[in-house]
Design a protein around this ligand. Structure first.
Ligand SMILES: [Zn+2]
Length: 423
């Protein structure tokens, strides 16, 4: 394998969209002010997609773009009428993100195909390298956008109308750069999918295990709540007469945290609940808070647990109406079911790892990925590589080059095997 090829690709993609332009090739060069802002529909995204498409064409792949800007690059198979093996990820970042979340999966898949080319390997099934549109939701406010449309959970016309912060629709943003095509990928012609991704958690790094084989992609739901109390003077309003929206919200923060911990203790599993967003209005020290807007993130590998915790939290909020005199309104912006990975794909990855004498462990994915949508239609698996200190969605996100390389080797082996599987 040419060591420089994939590394150069990741470094170049890491340069595009950084606030402070920098070619970063070592952990020590990372800095909090050097975050990546590569949002879907921006000039930096155009450059990134053009860069990768050029590499895809160099590798002899046939590049096709669908109606929402998902990009597919195909290496034909030697046997016709066999379902394809697909692999890839996304190129967009969160606001102030890092350089591995997404691009690692795209470049790993591309490199796997280049290795097969170098070895003049005849894959029987076609191989499709995919770049999903707008996975992070940072521009068009809808996470996992490209895969959502691919599996038919959102109509194309509806997606086209989504607007970014500049008021530009997805359709206009894609058209601006000629990145809207008319190809339609039929997932019934895809047999297997593997997404390689950084773990985004601390387990592999702490346990010094280079490869994670994902068994379950976690379910994820958000609860958005508005708590309305009564804004009043902090000096003259006696404690008994208050309708303090923040005091009520604080009870929810503690309740969600305590219940998630109890569930993990009692049931095992991977339940997590986080109140990560809260706006306190009017937001002055001398005014009793009249309104709180809060966002709660709930995740679990088991749907029943996720649903129960969501019901408990929303039920607890309703109790606050009597307890704290606040009115509550609750919305659930999305509810993604957990998805088990395909046994065939998981076993293939495990076999690949064992064949190469690389240490690995099975695990759940705690973050949302396009793979969870694709898993609804296609036999799907994920390969995780370690995130240094478990950090991601941050300028300090890093994966060591030797771990990237091992991930590519495992993916390549798994894609070779899957492209010949006769199931
Ligand atoms: Zn990602």
């Amino acid at each position: 394998m040419s060591f420089q090829r994939w590394k150069e690709d990741l470094i170049e993609l890491g340069r595009l969209g950084r606030r402070i332009p920098a070619r970063i090739d070592a952990y020590g060069q990372l800095a909090p002010e050097k975050g990546l802002f590569r949002l879907e529909g921006t000039e930096e995204m155009r450059q990134s997609k053009e860069y990768v498409m050029a590499r895809m064409r160099e590798a002899g792949l046939k590049v096709r773009i669908d109606k929402v800007g998902n990009i597919f690059a195909r290496k034909e198979g030697s046997k016709i009428n066999r379902g394809a093996v697909m692999s890839g990820s996304h190129l967009d970042s969160v606001l102030n993100g890092g350089m591995f979340d997404g691009p690692l999966g795209v470049i790993s898949a591309l490199e796997a195909v280049r290795i097969m080319n170098d070895e003049a390997l005849e894959n029987e099934r076609p191989i499709e390298v995919v770049i999903f549109t707008g996975e992070e939701g940072s521009a068009f406010k809808k996470a996992l956008l490209g895969s959502l449309i691919l599996v038919g959970k959102m109509p194309v016309e509806e997606a086209w109308k989504l607007e970014n912060n500049e008021g530009l629709t997805l359709k206009a943003a894609l058209d601006r750069f000629g990145l809207r095509g008319d190809f339609e990928m039929d997932l019934s012609e895809v047999e297997y999918f593997i997404e390689t991704h950084v773990e985004q958690g601390p387990i592999l790094d702490q346990e010094k295990i280079p490869i994670g084989i994902v068994e379950n992609i976690t379910g994820l739901t958000w609860v958005s709540a508005i708590l309305e109390g009564e804004e009043n003077h902090a000096g003259t309003t006696p404690m008994f007469a208050r309708k303090d929206a923040l005091v009520a919200a604080a009870k929810i923060v503690l309740f969600a945290n305590r219940r998630a911990q109890e569930m993990v203790r009692e049931l095992g599993g991977s339940t997590v609940a986080t109140v990560g967003r809260m706006s306190v209005l009017p937001g002055a020290p001398n005014i009793v808070p009249g309104r709180v807007e809060m966002g709660i993130d709930i995740r679990d590998g088991i749907e029943e647990h996720m649903k129960n915790l969501m019901d408990e939290i929303t039920g607890r909020m309703k109790d606050l109406e009597a307890e704290c005199g606040v009115k509550t309104s609750i919305t659930v912006p999305f509810y993604h079911l957990p998805h088990p990975c395909s046994k065939v794909v998981v076993d293939t990855i495990e076999k690949a790892v064992q064949g190469m004498g690389i240490q690995a462990r099975r695990m759940n994915s705690g973050a949302g990925h396009d793979a969870q949508n694709i898993a609804e239609k296609v036999k799907t698996g994920m390969i995780f590589v370690p995130s240094v200190k478990g950090i991601s969605h941050s300028p300090m996100e890093w994966t060591n080059w030797e771990d990237v390389e091992r991930g590519i080797m495992v993916l390549t082996r798994a894609l070779k095997d899957l492209s010949k599987l006769r199931i």
